[in-house]
Design a protein around this ligand. Structure first.
Ligand code: NAD
Length: 446
């Protein structure tokens, strides 16, 4: 089928390319002409594994094109997916991009008398599609729902695994307000055989938030337990986690073997969650609850714990080393997680900001996120960005692993004698660094 995807960020571009790879004819729209030009030259403007190859394939097959011309693209489709950003403004999502696109689509429908099915793919709080989006389109199009269609199809892809997540999803949520839109969504996802959840749009919206809020809650819960373990002393929280997760409710035994579900990776203590989704989505759900007159005790705590967790790295260093003035710190990892260049809400931002107030000199490395990080953090004079991190280990007093990039595993074979190694992501077994001072979150064996 022909479809239009508006917004070519992580979600819009990956969705568009993957849908084109499954045989649909996709036109991706972006307001940024530079992005459009790059895409049509098979060059993604974001880093995502396998994306350049897949983009090249779908462009060569004639199934994918990018343009800034929304109206021309809409004239050839019945279905439009909206994947523009919904950034956070003081913990509340900014719907201005969604409103702008809804208005433009409504304008198109009015001038062309062509009612479309509009499906929101961006993450929006429950009640957005069937109120805000609907009203914007009705106002601009002079049509009344259900003359046009409305749907909500949340995206669960993880940056770094985005192509695989889109191609092999755990489930697809088909939120709809009218049967025509459901039919189009069924046709769109016909090539996928996973579980499909058919619900109204506000349920679809809450499924996305509930999913992220529960995952974030698990991370903050283990971090709080890790901080308690560290305060008591004599405990390695990973031993606690291993003991807990032998409970078969966490880790079932199937055909005599442990299932080791991925949820267990959310129980590793560390310097907190970041990225464009967890912090923003948990804040937005909290704000929505507060606006409904609820106290939102749990999500408040999840966010408070997470805000403090990167600073815990600096606190632990100070507790053990005293004054940090004059130390040389090598920070390994600037992206919020490995395999992405996304630095939004990355723990390294907070760690570096705090360390730079302590009179330390900082060398910072990331395989792909240095430019984004530099742009985000601005000029912090204490920071020197390095390309070959291995060359800077010898001169560092403290090495902090802040992002679990696979290449940092080679630190284990390097000479770190007498240095402090702060493994803020639990990448290594503590016993590896016998000659060093090894620190981590939730580990205080002294
Ligand atoms: P992004 O900021 O990377 O990309 C948004 C794109 O939309 C930009 O390229 C921008 O130029 C374009 N845009 C803005 N206004 C436009 C308009 N009027 N017409 C055409 N293009 C326009 O955003 P993203 O990370 O892809 O996220 C998009 C949505 O998906 C958000 O709601 C986000 O919360 C959600 N989401 C993101 C992820 C993720 O991993 N990044 C995962 C799931 C859901």
């Amino acid at each position: 089928m022909n479809l239009v995807v508006v917004g070519t960020g992580y979600v819009g571009l990956v969705s568009g390319v993957c849908l084109a790879a499954k045989g649909h004819h996709v036109t991706c729209i972006d307001v940024n002409p530079k992005i459009v030009e790059m895409l049509n030259q098979c060059k993604p403007h974001i880093y995502e594994r396998d994306l350049p190859e897949l983009l090249t394939d779908v462009i060569n097959s004639g199934n994918f094109v990018a343009t800034t011309d929304l109206f021309t693209a809409l004239s050839d489709t019945d279905l439009v997916l909206v994947a523009v950003g919904t950034p956070s403004e003081n913990g509340v999502i900014d719907l201005s991009y969604i409103k702008n696109v809804s208005k433009s689509i409504g304008d198109y429908m009015r001038t062309n008398d062509h009612p479309l099915a509009v499906v929101i793919k961006s993450t929006v709080v429950p009640g957005t599609t069937d109120t805000v989006v609907k009203q914007e389109i009705e106002l601009a199009s002079a049509m009344k729902f259900p003359e046009f269609g409305l749907g909500m199809n949340p995206e669960f892809l993880r940056e770094g695994e985005a192509i695989q997540d889109f191609m092999e999803p755990d489930r697809i949520v088909l939120g709809y307000e009218d049967e025509r839109t459901l039919k189009l969504l069924e046709e769109l996802y016909e090539p996928w055989s996973c579980d499909k959840v058919r619900v109204n749009t506000r349920t679809a919206e809450l499924i996305k938030y509930a999913n992220n809020a529960l995952l974030a809650t698990q991370i903050s819960a283990i971090n709080e337990i890790a901080n308690v373990a560290a305060a008591i002393g004599g405990i390695d929280t990973m031993d606690v986690v291993n003991g807990v997760t032998l409970d078969k409710r966490w880790n079932p035994i199937i055909n005599g073997k442990r299932a080791n579900p991925e949820i267990l990776t959310y129980l590793i203590p560390g310097c907190g969650f970041g990225g464009s989704c967890f912090p923003k989505d948990v804040q937005a759900l909290r704000s929505l609850g507060v606006a409904q007159g609820l106290d939102m005790h749990l999500l408040n705590s999840v966010l408070d714990i997470n805000d403090a967790q990167p600073i815990e790295v600096v606190n632990i260093l100070e507790r053990h080393l005293g004054d940090l003035t004059g130390k040389h710190v090598l920070i390994l990892g600037l992206a919020f997680k490995p395999d992405t260049d996304d630095v939004r809400e990355s723990a390294s931002l907070k760690i570096i900001n705090r360390l730079s107030k302590h009179g330390v000199s900082i060398s910072a490395h990331d395989p792909i996120a240095i430019d984004n990080f530099r742009e985000k953090i601005g000029d912090v004079s204490a920071v020197e960005y390095v390309i070959e991190w291995e060359e800077h280990v010898a001169s560092a007093d403290i090495v902090i692993i802040a992002t679990k990039w696979a290449e940092y595993a080679s630190l284990a074979g390097m000479n770190t004698k007498g240095k402090v190694v702060f493994d803020a992501r639990r990448m290594f077994e503590p016993s590896i660094f016998v000659d060093s001072k090894y620190f981590s979150i939730g580990l205080n064996l002294a």
